[in-house]
Design a protein around this ligand. Structure first.
Ligand SMILES: CC(C)(COP(=O)(O)OP(=O)(O)OC[C@H]1O[C@@H](n2cnc3c(N)ncnc32)[C@H](O)[C@@H]1OP(=O)(O)O)[C@@H](O)C(=O)NCCC(=O)NCCS
Length: 140
């Protein structure tokens, strides 16, 4: 990794307004939002779930992941992205690992996710089991 990255966690966008907007822009730029195309909609999706962001020394968001709770023991990982100029630097692993730690600390024992086709190998690398072409699961 080229620089120290801090992981910031927030449960509502208004708790970290600047980081929320940056994370939303990164998700829109890179993620798989086909129907929802504006920052406001992504911010709306951040309500009711935990967002993890990786920030660099200049407090710029370079990666993000979201944790949604389905029930007391099941969670869903969503919107995992890292800055294209920093791929392979460990950002994706770090935000996913932090989301897993948060989930486990809250009693979540199983994480599910729908992956983009290109990220399937990334999730297998992080210990997720492929259930279908795009669907993955990990028992924490
Ligand atoms: C998938 C993504 C988040 C990975 O982020 P990243 O910051 O490059 O990942 P990391 O550097 O933390 O990689 C962690 C490990 O996975 C491996 N890895 C990363 N991307 C990989 C891929 N596409 N295929 C196989 N392995 C991959 C890395 O080599 C690294 O291995 P190591 O720890 O043994 O060295 C990033 O490529 C991305 O934003 N892609 C576009 C958006 C996307 O598809 N998101 C997933 C939607 S569900």
């Amino acid at each position: 990794m080229r620089q120290n990255l801090e992981i910031v966690r927030f449960d509502r966008p208004e708790h970290e307004p600047e980081l929320s907007v940056q994370a939303a822009r990164l998700v829109l730029e890179i993620g798989n939002y086909k129907k929802t195309r504006d920052v406001e909609t992504v911010l709306w999706h951040m309500e009711g779930r935990t967002t993890l962001v990786a920030v660099d020394d200049n407090r710029q968001v370079v990666g993000t992941a979201a944790l949604k709770r389905v029930n007391s023991t099941l969670g869903v990982l969503d919107d995992v992205v890292s800055d294209p100029s920093m791929r392979g630097d460990g950002i994706g692993r770090k935000v996913v690992k932090t989301a897993e730690e948060v989930a486990l600390s809250e009693g979540i024992l199983e994480l599910n996710l729908a992956s983009s086709l290109t990220a399937a190998s990334f999730y297998k690398h992080l210990g997720y089991t492929q259930l279908g072409e795009r669907f993955f699961r990990k028992y924490l």
